[in-house]
Design a protein around this ligand. Structure first.
Ligand SMILES: Cc1cc2nc3c(=O)[nH]c(=O)nc-3n(C[C@H](O)[C@H](O)[C@H](O)COP(=O)(O)O)c2cc1C
Length: 337
């Protein structure tokens, strides 16, 4: 049996917090992180997270039930703070006794963290700045994910390596910090663990695993792509604060530019509220990602991917990817003597 003693020693606080074997989360990926992939990650000793995305409470209810039928290991649920039924979704998580809820997509609305905790779950938060991280950890967040701009999907402006240097020396001793964005190999995991992270979160590296339901066209596009093909979307109208999304460049990239112009036009002519404008943009992304992941339309759909996509070369079972990452990490730590 392989032992990962050095890696596990550095991950111990993360392992205790998550209740799994390795403190490696597979970050929620809309349409991809469903019952199949989530249970496979947790069964392989990692921590799977269901992407609730735009699901209704009923759909989330079913997804949790189906995931639980496939694994007796812990897994989490990722909820988008902007979801109009956020409180109901939190209720569904509580009903199922979900152990960890990840709040993504912005500052948690008033009462949401408290409600999650009342339901007995631990709360994992994201924070783009140190000041906000401290605030969220003071007001009930149990653990923090810092995610750099190398990541796939919605991104902030700062790279993982810089975030790690800003956050870990200040927070790592007293708080649980997981690092995400651009991690494709175990050597990088070793580096962040040595800096004080208690674990890591990966998305891109797991998106095309054998157990992932992503369409084969989506997977093929990943296998062909290099790091430089995963580009961040550009904001076309300075008044419409669009969160950039990193995805493989295709025709859909241009369509998004047109969509932004259309929504900005509605703000001008119909007085569309900014919050509503942002929701329209998010609906657009959810639809575009679905087209690529579910329908296999890799021309017009959104191929959200991080820069680590260049390290994804073939379809592999989750357990093999996990073992490879852990072996690389352990070997790297071992080489330090
Ligand atoms: C296809 C795709 C979809 C994603 N969807 C979501 C999402 O719905 N919610 C979320 O919080 N993060 C989402 N992410 C981000 C991942 O959870 C994870 O944090 C990120 O992929 C980590 O960086 P990496 O891609 O460099 O490994 C998505 C990422 C990808 C690649």
């Amino acid at each position: 049996m392989t032992t990962y003693s050095k890696t596990h020693a550095l991950m111990q606080r993360g392992i205790d917090f998550l209740g799994c074997e390795h403190a490696v989360l597979c970050g929620a990926m809309s349409w991809v992180s469903e019952r199949g992939l989530v249970s496979a990650i947790s069964n392989a000793g990692g921590f799977g997270v269901i992407a609730c995305g735009a699901m209704t409470p009923e759909l989330l209810d079913t997804e949790i039930t189906e995931t639980r039928a496939r694994t007796d290991k812990p897994f989490g649920v990722n909820l988008i703070t902007m979801h109009p039924q956020l409180m109901d979704l939190i209720g569904v998580c509580a009903k199922h006794g979900v152990s960890h809820v990840v709040l993504a997509g912005g500052i948690p609305p008033k009462g949401s963290v408290e409600k999650i905790k009342e339901g007995g779950a631990k709360v994992i938060v994201f924070a783009p700045t140190l000041a906000l991280a401290k605030k969220l950890l003071r007001s009930g967040g149990d653990a923090l994910v810092i995610e750099g701009m190398e990541a796939g999907g919605h991104i902030g402006p700062v790279s993982t390596s810089v975030l790690a240097q800003e956050f870990l020396p200040v927070l790592a001793e007293d708080h649980l910090v997981f690092v995400a964005g651009g991690i494709g190999r175990g050597e990088a995991i070793a580096g962040y663990l040595e800096m004080g992270a208690v674990g890591v979160q990966l998305g891109t590296r797991f998106a095309c695993a054998t157990e992932s339901i992503a369409h084969e066209n989506f997977k093929k596009a990943f296998f062909r792509a290099n790091a430089r093909d995963a580009v961040a979307s550009v904001q076309v109208d300075p008044r419409l604060p669009v969160i950039p999304v990193r995805a493989l460049k295709n025709k859909g990239t241009e369509e998004f530019t047109a969509k932004q112009r259309e929504v900005a036009g509605l703000v001008d002519t119909d007085g569309l509220a900014m919050m509503e404008a942002q929701l329209q943009i998010e609906h657009y992304w959810a639809g575009a990602l679905r087209r690529a992941v579910v329908d296999g339309d890799v021309e017009n759909g959104s191929l959200m991917a991080g820069q680590s996509v260049g390290m994804v070369k073939a379809e592999e079972p989750v357990a093999d990817i996990m073992a490879e990452l852990m072996n690389q990490c352990e070997t790297a730590l071992g080489a330090r003597g």
